[in-house]
Every structure is written in structure tokens, then in C-alpha cells.
Design a protein around this ligand. Structure first.
Ligand SMILES: CC(C)(COP(=O)(O)OP(=O)(O)OC[C@H]1O[C@@H](n2cnc3c(N)ncnc32)[C@H](O)[C@@H]1OP(=O)(O)O)[C@@H](O)C(=O)NCCC(=O)NCCS
Length: 186
């Protein structure tokens, strides 16, 4: 991060304002900053090749959060038939607890709603309590325990899900109008 954007961020934090970021598509030039955040965030970090392999797939989308001219966070998600699956997501440690993760997930929720998809899902390590608390605050729920999910440590994981409230509402309304309705949101 450069000095000017750090000063700007600190001013916003002192004023009690969430740091405002621009969220845009990830481009090749962002990869160095993304890798720095990745390595500072995860013990089992993705390599550059992991990012490139993933992003070469048409259904995988990368986005970054930029403050001034610094990339301070990223997310990678997969477009699935009925939902969006978050594959990788982090905010640089020096910029956490300033609302940046919240803004990125809000953007993802908007995308889910715009494309009328049913849910956003993700998998989180059982020991990653900060991320679980973050996602719970964003409205996600743990819907399944995945035993010994990670081959590196044998650690369990949780599948967390955010359901599109607009579709849930539509389903409930149509169920109310039609008692024979057997629509199954699964
Ligand atoms: C999870 C993560 C992306 C959150 O990003 P962030 O920008 O710090 O999140 P926000 O500032 O928007 O936090 C929103 C709320 O989430 C909760 N939260 C976030 N981090 C938390 C933590 N470490 N402990 C407890 N609650 C936390 C708080 O309720 C917070 O609101 P508050 O700051 O007003 O109390 C960030 O901690 C991170 O990059 N972690 C490492 C990578 C990771 O675990 N990714 C997820 C893999 S599944």
C-alpha cells in the first residue's frame, strides 16, 4: 500500500467511517498484490499458478477491492447452475475490520440477486473462527459439517450458505396462494 492511501484509510477509520473501496474485475496486473494478501492470509496459500489455472476457466470470476491505487482485497467465485460458490476470499491483514470484506460480500449478494440465483455457498475451515463470525454477520449459516475435508491437516470444514431472500419470499408467497404448491427451493 502506498503512504497516501494508508493516510486516507486512517482518516476514514478515525472518523468511524467504513473504508470505501472500488470493487472491480481482477486483471493480470493485480496478481502480485493478490498473492501478497493470499500469502499473508493462509497457511496453505494458493500459488500464482493456482490463481491462473482457476481464472482461465470461463465460469470462475475474480474481483478485487481497490482503495486509491492499492488492491486491498480479492474474491474468486464460481458461477454454478443455481448459485455462486466462493472459492477464495481475503482482505489484506493491514486493512481488516474496516468494512472492506462486507462491501465485497454485499457486491456478491447483489450479483446473486441480479442473476436470480438461489444461494451463495463457501467452505470454511473449522478452526477459522474469524471468518465464520464474519460470514455469520453477513447472514450466512453453517448448513453442513464436512468431516476431514482438508487432506493437508485432516481438519473438518463447514459448508456455509447465504440464501437469496428474494427467491425465498417468492416461494413462500406462491406457496401461500396455492396450497398444492410443491416447489422445493433445493
Ligand atoms: C474474513 C475477512 C475476509 C473479513 O474481512 P474484513 O474486511 O476484516 O471484514 P469486515 O471489516 O467487513 O467485518 C465485518 C464484521 O465481521 C465480523 N468480523 C470480521 N472479522 C472478525 C474477527 N477477526 N473476529 C470476529 N469478528 C469478525 C465483525 O462482526 C465485523 O464487524 P465489526 O468490525 O464492526 O465488529 C478477513 O478477516 C480475512 O481476510 N481473513 C483471512 C482470510 C479468510 O479467512 N478468508 C475466508 C476463507 S473462507
Amino acid at each position: 500500500m502506498n503512504a497516501r492511501s494508508t493516510r486516507q484509510r486512517l482518516r476514514e477509520e478515525e472518523a468511524g467511517q467504513p473504508v470505501s473501496v472500488q470493487i472491480r474485475w481482477m486483471i493480470r496486473r493485480d496478481l502480485d498484490a493478490v498473492l501478497r494478501t493470499e500469502m499473508a492470509s493462509f497457511e496453505q496459500a494458493w500459488s500464482e499458478e493456482d490463481f491462473l489455472r482457476c481464472l482461465r476457466q470461463r465460469h470462475c470470476i475474480g474481483m478485487v477491492a481497490e482503495q486509491g491505487d492499492s488492491v486491498v482485497g480479492f474474491m474468486i467465485y464460481e458461477l454454478q447452475k443455481h448459485g455462486l460458490h466462493l472459492l477464495n476470499f481475503a482482505v489484506h491483514p493491514s486493512c481488516r475490520r474496516a468494512g472492506i470484506g462486507t462491501q465485497m460480500i454485499q457486491r456478491l449478494i447483489q450479483k446473486m440477486q441480479a442473476h436470480r440465483r438461489r444461494a451463495i455457498t463457501l467452505i470454511v475451515r473449522e478452526r477459522n473462527l474469524p471468518a465464520q463470525l464474519f460470514f455469520r454477520k453477513m447472514g450466512f449459516q453453517a448448513v453442513r459439517l464436512l468431516r476431514r475435508y482438508y487432506p493437508d491437516t485432516g481438519e473438518d470444514a463447514y459448508l456455509m450458505e447465504y440464501r437469496n431472500p428474494q427467491l425465498t419470499l417468492a416461494v413462500n408467497e406462491s406457496a401461500g396462494n396455492n396450497r398444492l404448491s410443491s416447489y422445493d427451493p433445493e
